[in-house]
Design a protein around this ligand. Structure first.
Ligand SMILES: [Ca+2]
Length: 150
């Protein structure tokens, strides 16, 4: 682990890139202060008929930022339009408010939760795979971003 403090902001770098050497897990519970989520199979094609759920949890009161790094070619988001979709919900449950639904190559640069959980669901159908995604997330420890704890 590597820690550095910039004012109120604390960054933690994890060596989660090791997943690129083996098959990235289909879903999981993520509690580290930052990390990387890969589509299973990345950087090769993702698998068919996936139903992968990731839940990112920050300490109460802290929002989570997910970053789509489209500046690096291999990191670009790419799925089959209409059939392979990444949903992002602001909360910890499949019923939490939907704040993003992504397919093809259309993604924002980043997304920030209002709650201290993010729920991601990647579903794919039974044909035609693509590269998928490599998404970075980080918990914001910037006090200005504090949200109301439930
Ligand atoms: Ca497909």
């Amino acid at each position: 682990y590597f820690y550095a403090t910039f004012g109120l902001k604390i960054w933690q770098q994890n060596n989660l890139d090791i997943f690129s050497c083996s098959l990235a897990p289909c879903g999981g519970n993520l509690k580290a202060s930052s990390g990387i989520i890969l589509s299973p199979g990345w950087p090769e094609l993702y698998k068919e008929a996936l139903n992968c759920e990731w839940i990112i949890e920050a300490p109460p009161g802290y929002p989570i930022k997910i970053i789509f790094d489209n500046t690096v070619l291999i990191h670009r988001f790419r799925t089959e339009v209409n059939y392979d979709v990444l949903e992002v919900r602001d909360g910890r449950y499949p019923s939490s408010p939907l704040i993003g639904s992504y397919q093809g190559t259309q993604v924002p640069q980043f997304l920030i939760s209002t709650s201290n959980f993010l729920y991601l669901l990647f579903t794919t159908d039974k044909s035609h795979s693509d590269i998928g995604f490599r998404i970075r997330y980080e918990i914001s420890y910037n006090a200005q971003n504090l949200v109301k704890a439930c």
